[in-house]
Design a protein around this ligand. Sequence first.
Ligand SMILES: Nc1ncnc2c1ncn2[C@@H]1O[C@H](COP(=O)(O)OP(=O)(O)O)[C@@H](O)[C@H]1O
Ligand SMILES: [Mg+2]
Length: 303
Amino acid sequence: MRPVLVAGDANVDLVLRGDVVPRFGQAEQLLDSGELVLGGSASIVACGLARLGVPTHLVARVGDDAFGRFQLDALAAAVVSTTHVAVDPDLPTGLSVILSAPDDRAILTVPGTIPTLRAAAVRAALAATGATHLHVASYFLQPVLAAELPVLLAEVRAAGVTVSLDTNWDPAARWAGVLELLPHVDVFLPNLSELRALGSGADVDIARQLAQRGPRVVVKAGADGGWSVDSAGSLAHAPGLPVDVVDTTGAGDSFDAGYLAALAHGVADEAERLRWAAAAGSLSTLGSGGTGRQATLADLGAA
Ligand SMILES: Nc1ncnc2c1ncn2[C@@H]1O[C@H](COP(=O)(O)OP(=O)(O)O)[C@@H](O)[C@H]1O
Ligand SMILES: [Mg+2]
């Protein structure tokens, strides 16, 4: 199997649970739990792919600090190649503090090295690894890379590399540049909120309009699983698995990993690819953080 290259964020997540709504005025609140875990959409997708038996490289940047070393160790433990994760001597590793309540969460992010990934590093990693698929995550956290993507993606696709994109949410709520990028993308992976931010009307109609720009649009629909439309407008669906959710952090990233792993393993049927994706997303909610309980091929009934 040819390797996949994942480009994007490599930050740590500090997940806090319990009475997490902050009260100022120097109040001290005692919480139920606090865990430092591997974070970043790109890093979580990379771990999910590796766990599903796909040779996976990450191209990203961390700082020369304890969080950066933690992230590198966690990626290596997940058998993700970190040869192309650069250590920045000046900036800190990105940090997200996740205030996790039972049915909602707030995320406080220090970007650190996250916005410093450049197209040149992605290009070099593709050449060195021979990857035949490139997944780009967290578009809006990396505005410099985002501006370079139209040229980069056109170039890599002309060389025969396929491309997937999960923008994740736009903190600025402007969604600039995404529609223009879609002609350079083979698989676009929004969740329902992100889909609705990119168009108006019924969900399937928005997805069809986006797919007309080129990519297959694969939509994450929470407990309902996932569905997709291709540029011809044809629709496929797979339900989520019934689960007792512990933590939905990174569920969408594990969904992406399930879908991309099915592609890498040569699964030709779209409904079956969606089944891998929805099952991988659902199973990931059984553990804390993005990579606590990621699916294996055996979990998907695909071993
Ligand atoms: N409550 C749930 N029950 C079962 N599966 C879920 C649940 N929440 C999420 N998932 C799984 O995780 C995937 C991604 O979750 P979703 O919330 O749609 O995306 P994101 O994490 O990007 O916001 C879903 O498509 C589904 O497979
Ligand atoms: Mg997401």
